[in-house]
Design a protein around this ligand. Structure first.
Ligand code: ADP
Length: 645
């Protein structure tokens, strides 16, 4: 401290009083013990709307909200008895007649100066109060959700447990069949709940990918009609689908997600309607260039929704009121998923409803129009019921005997002979000695779990072993688990218990989709090279062509080795760069089947795709085969040309 004297004189009462008290941002009152305001600073104007000095000689209590006055008076009384008091909350009337939450810290002047008065240093806590209220609301909704959830999950589980013991005791075949079908129903309803949670977690984590395929709106609505017609009939409710002629189109988009939205809305409509009708109207709202904006409206004559609840029904875990849960069950997730799916597809959903009259849910989605040739069913064959795999090797890594038995039996049905491992260590041994096309991997296992095993497989082995598609068999369908599956390098997951078709769909997808058999194998007889472009461009200069072949034969294998090592290092960016480099020489040699693969490898390397490793490696393997064949062909050709002189 250089000059304490100067600082002392600076901290004179006036110098200090003006900036801190008079012009300070905290509201400061001085009141006597009866609450009469003797002083207030200028901050009352900004915070409460009152002019400077306008509250002097008014009673502080007259500004306190009547509902909180009694408790405030008690707190005020306590402050009088203490030299200092903190965080006393009050709800104060502002000039514009609104009330705001404040809290004060008080200094009792009596204790120091024997004058009856309190200095109240007040802070606006309205926002803090609002945040706390919001938090409380969210907590309540979550508690409500957990209560609903445990009810929704417990009911079918109890049902299954009870029915299983009844089945064990029964010897009558018909009786056992009816128990079985009831068990199946309970299991299905459990699955709906778990799938809802999964869907929401996938959507919220931003991992949901939308398809862009051609589909007909008419067939989409027809199949929805088939799904709901019996339910509607059994409730004596008429169900109508109106597709306007202008909207009877083939469109390009994600039919599964559109279906999911409509199914959610129709299931609710059916659930909450007891008489009258349900109508689905589909119209072309407008068209900009070749994008059609199609509106979908699901109207019902059901119980309707209270006005003040209309906004919140789209929030997760929210139902219109608690009686809904008691009467209709449900988890309050359906509309949250619906809203997010609509928004992901570029649309918006709105609801209008009147209690006891019914509800209208309307959303509009943009679609490009397609033609008959775009229809997906025309392009791809759906997996047949009795699928037959040829030479497809699967490794099943699962510690639970029953689950192993179930999966191997299913696989056998489709001609897949599966090897079994009970944990990650056993799996590693099997993979190192044998070839597998796909691995089904349980997550929770003793010795080495599915996450660790996958990490090791991806790290320890070289391609193609390190890139075998791995599908997780998940028991707890929680977001953290599914996210981790992808993080450690798994390609997909399926939640236990699963139905045979679900597993089959995944197997078919990986057999056809990312398996190397999907890529063109160079035909043993047909040439993969075509030198006509090269000859044309050098006007038939044989010497030039020979030199070009020489360069290709010498340099391309080096590039291939380089790419292979970059793939091993998972250095996708440089893989992409190397692929880019070899593009011209591959074009010159007329490797038409190779050029497409190189382009795809180059693009994948920059794509940030989750399955990047699998996609690139499989394409690379196919490319390598083509290049090897090209080199043999070119060397033969070179010998031929040299012979001709
Ligand atoms: P759940 O149906 O599982 O409760 P949703 O998110 O699908 O969850 O719906 C949330 C709430 O919105 C329902 O609980 C219900 O109160 C209300 N609701 C939804 N659709 C309708 C409808 N068509 N008629 C009346 N109420 C509805």
């Amino acid at each position: 401290m250089k000059n304490p004297k100067n600082l002392d004189s600076y901290v004179s009462k006036e110098e200090f009083f003006k900036p801190v008290v008079e012009d300070g941002s905290d509201v400061i009152f001085i009141v006597d013990f009866q609450g009469i305001i003797k002083y207030h600073n200028r901050a009352v104007e900004e915070n409460l709307g009152y002019k400077p000095n306008s509250l002097i000689e008014k009673n502080f209590f007259d500004f306190i909200h009547p509902d909180t006055l009694t408790s405030f008076k008690e707190a005020f009384k306590k402050s009088i008895s203490k030299p200092f008091e903190e965080n006393i909350e009050f709800y104060f009337l502002c000039k514009d007649s609104s009330y705001r939450y404040f809290e004060f810290n008080s200094i009792n002047i009596w204790h120091k100066n024997r004058i009856e008065g309190l200095i109240l240093d007040c802070r606006d806590i309205t926002q803090r109060k609002k945040d706390a209220e919001e938090l409380l609301k969210a907590q309540k909704a979550k508690e409500q959700f957990l209560a609903n959830m445990s009810h929704e999950i417990r009911t079918p589980i109890n049902g299954i447990a009870g029915l299983v013991s009844l089945m064990a005791e029964s010897t009558d075949d018909d009786e056992r069949k009816s128990y079985l079908s009831a068990i199946q129903k309970s299991a299905e309803s459990l699955k709906v709940i778990i799938n809802d949670i999964l869907d929401l977690s996938i959507i919220e984590s931003g991992k949901l990918k939308l398809e862009k395929i051609g589909f007909s709106l008419k067939s989409q609505l027809d199949s929805l009609n088939n799904t709901f017609i019996y339910q509607a009939k059994s409730k004596n409710i008429s169900l109508n689908f109106n597709l306007s002629p202008e909207a009877n189109l083939i469109i390009i988009g994600d039919p599964v997600r559109l279906n999911q939205v409509l199914i959610n809305l129709l299931s609710n409509a059916l659930k909450f309607t007891h008489e009258g009708k349900i109508e689905v109207s589909v119209n072309l709202e407008y068209k900009i260039k070749n994008v059609c904006y199609i509106s979908f409206t699901v109207s019902d004559t059901g119980i309707g929704i209270q006005k003040q609840k209309l906004k919140s029904i789209f929030e997760s875990f929210t139902q219109a009121d608690e009686s809904v849960t008691r009467r209709y069950g449900g988890t309050g997730l359906g509309l949250a998923i619906t809203k997010q799916l609509v928004e992901l597809q570029g649309g918006e959903i709105k609801v209008s409803s009147e209690e006891k009259k019914g509800s209208d849910f309307k959303f509009t989605l943009p679609y490009k129009t397609g033609t008959f040739d775009d229809l997906e069913e025309k392009k791809s064959k759906k997996p047949q019921r009795d699928y037959w795999f040829e030479n497809y090797k699967v490794l099943l890594v699962e510690d639970n005997d029953i689950n192993r038995l179930y999966v191997t039996k299913l696989l056998k049905k489709w001609n897949i002979d599966a090897d079994e491992a009970e944990n990650g260590i056993e799996a590693m041994e099997k993979i190192s000695t044998k070839h597998y096309d796909l691995i089904l991997m349980d997550l929770q296992m003793p010795v080495m779990d599915g996450f660790e095993s996958t990490t090791l497989i991806r790290k320890k082995f070289r391609p193609p072993k390190s890139n075998i598609p791995i599908i997780a068999l998940t028991a707890n369908a929680v977001k953290a688990d599914t996210e981790r599956c992808f993080e450690v390098g798994m390609n997909d997951y399926i939640s236990k218990p699963f139905r045979p078709e679900e597993l089959l769909n995944l197997l078919v997808k990986y057999e056809k989709g990312v398996n190397s058999s999907n890529f063109p194998e160079p035909d043993k007889k047909e040439n993969v090279t075509d030198l006509s472009y090269l000859f044309d461009s050098c006007h038939g200069d044989k010497q030039f062509v020979l030199e070009m072949i020489d360069v290709f034969v010498k340099s391309t294998p080096k590039s291939i080795i380089e790419i292979e090592s970059l793939i091993e290092q998972k250095n996708w960016r440089d893989v992409s760069k190397e692929a880019h480099k070899i593009k011209p020489s591959i074009s010159f040699m007329g490797l038409s089947s190779g050029i497409q693969l190189v382009k795809e490898i180059e693009a994948s390397g920059n794509s940030g795709d989750l399955n990047i490793g699998v996609h690139i490696s499989e394409k690379f393997m196919a490319l390598k085969k083509i290049i090897n064949k090209a080199i043999i062909e070119l060397q033969d050709y070179k010998t031929e040309l040299t012979k001709q002189g």
